[in-house]
Design a protein around this ligand. Structure first.
Ligand code: UD2
Ligand code: MN
Length: 381
């Protein structure tokens, strides 16, 4: 058959068919727009990935015909901040009482020798740039969880860690130490100040230290979902083989914060020890990167820490399936995450220092959280 004949004869029926199809599409697109939430639900699901909202979604009331009705309030809640998701300093401007303090000098900045603001407007926390009296008033009634892992022989670090934290960590605020350990019987009893408690969480151990370090992300993520989200406003997650030597207070609190690694704060991008192999989920190309963050001091709101730890854990699971382990383990994945999710505060290396390795340069002024147990100025000699 002449193809032209076929097309000519059937042109009118094709046209009719097309018109009918267009009418149907128009009708159904309007109908679907009227049904609340199909896409919104998908969107809110993807925007809340890693949040403990799944339980809530599963318990949504469903009508007799099986249609799941999403109440409007719930959709709004996923977009807006909930109390825990959005801690006091970002949800609302806290009211402070009358206070007397030195006025900030606009023309005489407290620090002219260091960067105090990232290009995305996150403060970099150095000595001299904050006033603890104002911040303590703003963060009154804030609850902080401090997670620390003491697996196997690392339990020996707990005593000094807890003793020095009692002297310097968030003094005057409500603090819960979450001690993850496989040896609950070896957790020392350290006298605690008012409003402070130790919660021992028994967890499994791993034979490789790299696995202990990396699985912190998984365990913090799981416990965040189960309890931290409901118990604390902020989480601070640190290495245990260290001690506090000077004030670490609410100046660090923010929805998401990372700490500048003391070995790289002055280094060029090319010198950062990011994971460079494209096969790894932690991979960062050589022309990217803001800072090199340390694995030993991170935190944020309980909700953001849940997001961070879940994402890093997921990335490590994918790496393992591909037979690759990032060069600096959880730290490599943390750096990838904080490149994609810019921290809202960046802690200077004052908050993680190694005096034996790096001495005490003038720029750091105070050493706040340090490796090793040398030195006596933490008052515990
Ligand atoms: C100060 C700092 O930035 N430290 C980071 C650095 O390693 P570090 O060399 O400081 O690693 P590490 O041996 O201190 O291990 C990290 C942490 O895992 C815990 N642990 C480890 C082994 C063990 O047997 N039992 C135990 O409890 C403990 O809390 C320890 O502090 O790089 C690691 C990844 O390579 C992590 O990102 C660390 O956070
Ligand atoms: Mn360490």
């Amino acid at each position: 058959m002449d193809p032209r004949g076929f097309w000519g004869r059937s042109a009118s029926s094709w046209l009719c068919g097309l018109l009918l199809l267009a009418a149907c599409l128009g009708f159904y697109s309007n109908v679907f727009r009227l049904i609340p939430g199909r896409r919104q639900i998908e969107e809110s699901r993807s925007s809340t990935e890693g949040r403990p909202l799944q339980g809530q979604q599963e318990s949504l009331p469903s009508s007799q015909d099986g249609l799941r009705v999403v109440p409007q309030g719930m959709l709004l809640e996923t977009k807006q901040c909930s109390e825990r998701d959005c801690p006091p300093d970002t949800c609302r401007v806290p009211e402070v009482p009358r206070m007397v303090y030195p006025k900030a000098q606009l023309l005489q900045p407290a620090r002219a020798d260091v960067l105090v603001m990232t290009p995305w407007f996150a403060p970099v926390i150095w000595d001299g740039v904050f006033d603890s009296a104002i911040l303590d008033a703003q963060f009154e009634n804030t609850t902080v969880g401090l997670t620390v892992f003491a697996i196997r022989k690392y339990v020996v670090f707990l005593e000094l860690f807890l003793q020095t934290a009692e002297k310097h960590f968030m003094v005057g605020h409500k603090v819960t130490y979450y001690v993850f350990t496989d040896r609950p019987g070896d957790v020392p009893r350290v006298p605690l100040g008012e409003g402070r408690q130790v919660v021992v969480l028994e967890v499994r151990n791993y034979s490789r230290w790299q696995d202990v370090s990396m699985h912190r992300m998984e365990m913090i993520s799981n416990f965040s979902r189960q309890r931290f989200l409901h118990e604390v406003d902020y989480l601070v997650c640190v290495d245990v083989d260290m001690r506090l030597r000077d004030h670490v207070g609410v100046e660090i609190l923010s929805p998401l914060f990372g700490t500048l690694h003391p070995g790289f704060y002055g280094a060029a991008r090319a010198a950062f020890t990011y994971e460079r192999r494209p096969q790894s989920q932690a991979h960062i190309p050589r022309d990217e990167g803001d800072f090199y963050y340390a694995g030993g001091f991170l935190g944020g709101s309980a909700a953001e820490v849940l997001r961070l730890t879940s994402a890093c854990h997921r990335a490590m699971v994918v790496d393992r399936a591909h037979g690759i382990e990032a060069v600096w383990h959880d730290e490599s994945h943390l750096n990838r995450y904080l490149l994609d999710h810019k921290p809202t505060k960046v802690l200077s290396p004052q908050y993680l220092w190694d005096e034996q390795l790096l001495g005490w340069p003038a720029v750091v002024k105070k050493l706040r959280y340090v490796t090793g147990s040398s030195g006596t100025d933490d008052g515990l000699a």
